[in-house]
Design a protein around this ligand. Structure first.
Ligand SMILES: Nc1ncnc2c1ncn2[C@@H]1O[C@H](COP(=O)(O)OP(=O)(O)OP(=O)(O)O)[C@@H](O)[C@H]1O
Ligand SMILES: CC(C)(CO)[C@@H](O)C(=O)NCCC(=O)O
Ligand SMILES: [K+]
Length: 249
């Protein structure tokens, strides 16, 4: 069995692949290293042979997690590393090692699945956009606050914006002008995301006409999928790229 981890800024996404690598034996989202260990230990018949991970955390945090995994399961852990070029994609950053590895892997996965120009949009703690031309050249991208950061900034820096998760979810059932605080904030932030997406689509069209594939990934992809019906929603896009960057042998 193979353990795959995507260590983001707020959550760790994990999944366990069966020996034949095609079946997912278990998966989940956790908010700490210890919660990850607990989830894994609760899996029946767990027999890990190998682990591959990508992390956008500090090297210290990443090494602590690797040490924990090695100790708990005796697995060898492969960690995705920055590259100037891989699987036909050329990293477009001036300093390639500064491009977030989750973005890089999602780009590798997207270019592989599209076999052509693509726009990769990731909706996590941060929202990112990356443009990859048909020849594999990464043109660059954009980073902006995601839904959790936008709403928390409003909560932190105002005195009268306070509401719970259940109300937040209910508020997003429609996008008409809000008549309560929770509706006004949740719908406002949701419209910001949509505006961002539409601008990315315009830019992609200016480069490639209609000849490109849009990928949506990340925990909040569903918030915008309705406005890009042609997009491919691929929740495990980072894992697709992770398998390419860290093959078994
Ligand atoms: N099962 C879940 N657990 C936690 N968050 C979830 C879940 N399903 C959807 N989400 C949403 O996903 C968002 C977090 O996205 P995601 O997990 O892709 O990234 P992240 O780890 O927080 O950050 P990063 O962008 O660094 O990867 C949250 O806003 C949350 O609303
Ligand atoms: C932008 C995030 C936070 C998205 O998870 C991550 O990819 C990251 O920390 N990137 C480093 C900065 C950059 O990509 O330019
Ligand atoms: K992510």
């Amino acid at each position: 069995m193979i353990l795959e981890l995507d260590c983001g800024n707020s959550f760790i996404k994990w999944r366990v692949l069966d020996a034949d690598v095609r079946r997912v034996a278990g998966e989940g989202v956790v908010d700490s290293d210890l919660a990850l260990l607990e989830s894994l230990k609760a899996l029946k018949g767990l027999a890990l042979k190998f682990c591959r991970l990508v992390s956008v955390r500090t090297p210290e945090e990443t090494h602590a997690l690797i040490a924990l995994l090695t100790q708990a399961f005796g697995v060898s852990v492969a960690c995705a590393a920055p590259a100037r070029e891989m699987s036909g994609v050329r990293n477009g950053y001036e300093e390639f090692e500064r491009l977030g590895l989750d973005r890089w892997l999602a780009m590798l996965g997207g270019f592989h699945l599209a076999s052509g120009a693509c726009l990769v949009l990731d909706f996590g703690t941060a929202v990112t956009a990356d443009f990859i031309a048909g020849d594999g050249e990464h043109l660059g991208g954009f980073i902006c606050p995601g839904m959790p950061l936008m709403r928390n900034q409003l909560r932190t820096h105002t005195r009268r914006i306070r509401y719970g998760d259940v109300a937040a979810e209910r508020a997003l059932e429609s996008l008409i002008p809000g008549r309560t605080t929770v509706e006004a904030v949740e719908r406002g932030c949701s419209l910001m995301l949509r505006g961002f997406v539409l601008t990315q689509l315009e830019m992609a069209r200016s480069y490639w006409g209609d000849d490109f594939t849009v990928f949506l990934t990340g925990g909040d992809a569903d918030l915008v999928s309705g406005i890009v019906p042609e997009a491919r929603v691929v929740p495990d896009l980072v894992f697709v790229g992770l398998a390419m960057a860290c093959p078994l042998s």
